[in-house]
Structure formats: C-alpha cells, structure tokens
Design a protein around this ligand. Structure first.
Ligand code: NAD
Ligand code: UDP
Length: 388
C-alpha cells in the first residue's frame, strides 16, 4: 500500500493526482503504469488502442490497485472522449506515437501525422483547460552530431563539444528531405516547438522528455510471435528475435553507429520525479539516458550474443552476425544518427536523477525475460513444416 507520507524533492507532501496517460498500452506506458500503481497513490486513466502489455494490471479486480486504473480503448485520431478525459485528470502524459525507424521512411505520412497532427488536440486541450502536460519527444530531434561533419581524421571529433547533446544548446541537424528517415525527428521537433510556444504565449505548464534508447522487457514485439512476421521492430527486439531463432544478427551498414542504452526501470524513476515535482520539471526539456552505456551497434550485438548464451545455456553460432546494407534492411530513404550521448546537467540539477544500471546488467535481465517469454513459442514455430 502506498504511504500517505510520501514527500517531493523539496520535502512537501505529495498529493494523489489523476493522470491521463495516452499510449499507456505501449512499452514505456506499461512500465510507468506498473510503477504508479505499485508505488504511488495516483490514479491512471490509461488510453490506448491496445492493452495487451498492461492486461496484468487491469485484471483481476482483486489486484491491490483495482479502482486506481481505468482502461479506455480509443484512438486519439478520432475520439470525442479525449477532451473529457484530459479534463478529468490533473496531468496528461502523451506517449502515443509511431516510433519504430522501419516506419519513418516507408510510412512517412503516418509517421508525420502520428507524431505531429495527432498530438495537436492533446496540446490544445491541455492548454485550453489549464492542465499540465508531459510530452514524450525523442533524442532523435538532435539528428546527427556536429562532429559527424568534420573530416574523418579531425582530432575535434574526440572533443565532447562536437558530440555531447545538450537540451538548450545543441542544434537539430537532419538530412535532406528525400532521406525520409527524418520525418519522425522533424515532426517531433515541431510538436516540441509548438508546446514550448504554448508555454510562452498561453502559459501551458509542460515538460518535454527526450528518451535516449530506453530498453527492457516488453519492448516492441517478436516478429511472427506477438507481431507481424514481416515487421521490423527496434534493435533490441530485432537482435532478440535472431538470438531466439538461432539466426545471425544483422548489422546495418556495418553496425558502426553508436548508441547509449538506459534500462527502462531507471528511466521510469526519472519520469516519476517529473510527475511528482512539477515546480522543478515545468518548462523544462529533459534528456533521459545513460551516457555511461555507450556502444556501437556491433558491440551491442557482441554483448547480447554473450549474455544470451549465458541465459539460455545455448552455444552461440559460429558466424553470429552478418552485415546488411541499410537499403536492403530498411529500404530507400533510410539514414542514421551517428552518435547519441546525452548531457545530464539539466536533469541532474532539477531532479537529481542519475541512471544506475550497467549495459551488461540490463541486458541480462532483459534477455532472461525474452528467453522465458518467447523461447517455447519460437521452438513451436520453428518445428512447424513450412507450407509449400
Ligand atoms: P510504443 O510503440 O511501445 O508505445 C506507443 C503506444 O502508443 C502504443 O501502445 C500505441 O498503441 C499507442 N498509440 C499510438 N498511436 C495511438 C493513437 N492514435 N491513439 C491511441 N494510442 C496510440 O513506444 P514506446 O517505446 O513506449 O514510446 C513511447 C513514446 O516515447 C513515443 O512518443 C516515442 O516517440 C518516445 N520515445 C521512446 C524511445 C524509447 O527508447 N523507447 C525513444 C525515443 C522516443
Ligand atoms: N540496427 C541494426 N540491426 C537491426 C536493427 C537495427 O544494425 O537488426 C541498427 C540501426 O540501423 C540503428 C541502431 O541499430 O543504427 C538502433 O536502431 P533502433 O531501431 O533501435 O532505433 P534508433 O536508435 O535508430 O532510433
């Protein structure tokens, strides 16, 4: 049972609130719901078109938090209930988006509509009804680093001034329009600017979150098991799928891009601090990532292969990775962010948050989950004779 004596970072008691969470049925939403229900007294109005990832929180009605979560199956593109639900809540958190890179260049219209147009009414209803908004953007709004445009042998490439991404200083650098990869980043950037302007001109209380590769259990889907066979999820699920099937992991354009990965449970702690410390979070844009967990995608594959072998007890393949071109893997119009290191000054100063979990540890718990959840189902699929 959540205690009534919980206090915020300034020692003030935290009052229970009602949160309208849009996209609550997704990867981040499911972890945030879990945290809010098990550790706080807050109520959640959970909105999504799907609820598979939060079913364990909705049923049975003997769960300790029954009565504190209500699921509303709705599509924010067209549903007249949206404004009423925002009005019923103290805070709206918008997570809804198309956010898998395989969609950005192949479904650019859906991507732009989902990340910009569909978010407009949410911002408008919050602003008009004086409701606080926490909006999920992305680290991808930074695009490419300044350093990536320097000559390959320039010593400046090693200078953090040329690659560390700062909320209030770094420019947003996208590729040309024909590289439709950037449709997502550009739509997210414009909705950030709109929210910022609503704050400046109309007093909207907002916080913008820029996640840097949050990963963990329930992320995306395993193709052919709980998602379409031809679907291409984000890298964690792509690599998990290959490991589960005993197939080589595909390294796009040599796997040279760099990423920093943060454990979902660490990142959710940061979101909870934002929810419960409005005076410290309002008006801010926050990078949320783990600058200590940087690897190239090739290194990520190597670590996952090792960890999965430990977790499953199965030996790794003789040739565990293969190189594929981005055109072959994602199609025309793909492009990539070269490197993503979050500057942590603002989130440290405002919320005192720091990530804790190492890449090895977060992959160990995540791959243990993947193995436990999917290994049997994959075995059954692989045992079925292929239709001729
Ligand atoms: P997700 O795809 O698992 O979750 C998004 C949820 O939104 C899904 O359950 C989906 O059904 C729902 N949704 C989409 N459109 C909707 C609509 N029109 N009406 C109702 N529901 C709708 O993705 P996630 O990883 O949980 O990401 C959540 C947010 O965080 C997104 O805005 C994403 O851009 C952002 N983000 C996440 C990461 C990350 O590392 N996971 C990185 C950068 C940005
Ligand atoms: N990637 C890869 N193999 C895969 C899936 C992804 O090499 O099977 C690469 C992808 O090209 C990118 C990185 O992994 O450089 C991270 O991809 P993800 O889809 O997780 O999203 P991003 O971090 O680009 O938003």
């Amino acid at each position: 049972m959540a205690s009534a004596a919980r206090v915020d970072l300034d020692g003030n008691p935290i009052k229970p609130i009602t949160i309208c969470m849009i996209g609550a049925g997704g990867f981040i939403g499911s972890h945030l719901c879990e945290k809010l229900l098990s550790e706080t007294p807050h109520k959640v109005l959970a909105l999504d078109v799907y609820n598979d990832k939060i079913k364990h929180l909705l049923e049975p009605d003997t769960l300790p938090w029954a009565g504190r979560i209500q699921f509303h199956r709705l599509n924010i593109k067209q549903d007249s209930r949206l404004e009423g639900l925002i009005k019923m809540a103290d805070l709206t958190i918008n997570l809804a988006a198309i956010c898998t890179p395989a969609d950005y260049n192949t479904r650019p219209l859906d991507t732009i509509y989902s990340n910009f147009i569909d978010a407009l009414p949410v911002v408008k209803y919050c602003s008009e009804n004086n409701k606080r908004l926490i909006h999920f953007s992305t680290c991808e709004v930074y695009g490419k680093t300044i350093g990536s445009f320097l000559p390959k042998d320039s010593p400046l490439r090693k200078d953090p001034e040329y690659y560390v991404l700062k909320e209030d200083e770094s420019p947003c650098i996208f590729g040309p329009i024909e590289k439709q990869r950037w449709s997502y980043a550009c739509a997210k950037q414009l909705i950030e600017r709109l929210i910022y302007a609503e704050g400046a001109e109309n007093g909207l209380e907002f916080t913008i979150v820029r996640p840097f590769n949050w990963i963990g259990p329930r992320m995306d889907f395993i193709p052919g098991i709980d998602g379409p066979s031809e679907g291409v999820p984000r890298v964690l699920a792509c690599f998990s799928n290959c490991l589960l099937r005993g197939e080589p992991l595909k390294l796009v354009d040599g796997g040279q891009s760099q990423r920093t990965f943060v454990y979902i449970k660490d990142a959710i702690e940061a979101v909870l601090l934002m929810i419960e410390n409005p005076a410290r979070a309002n008006g801010h844009i926050f990078n949320v990532g783990n600058p200590n967990n940087e690897v190239t995608v090739r290194q990520l594959a190597e670590i996952m292969i090792q960890v999965y072998s430990n977790v499953s007890g199965e030996p790794s393949l003789e040739k565990p990775t293969i190189d594929v071109s981005s055109k072959e893997f994602y199609g025309e119009g793909y492009d990539d962010s070269d490197k993503r290191i979050p500057d942590m000054t603002i989130i440290n100063k405002q919320l005192g948050w720091n990530p804790k979990t190492s890449l090895w540890d977060l992959l160990e718990s995540t791959l243990t989950y993947q193995h436990r959840t999917y290994a049997e189902a994959i075995k059954k699929v692989l045992a079925k004779p292929v239709a001729s």
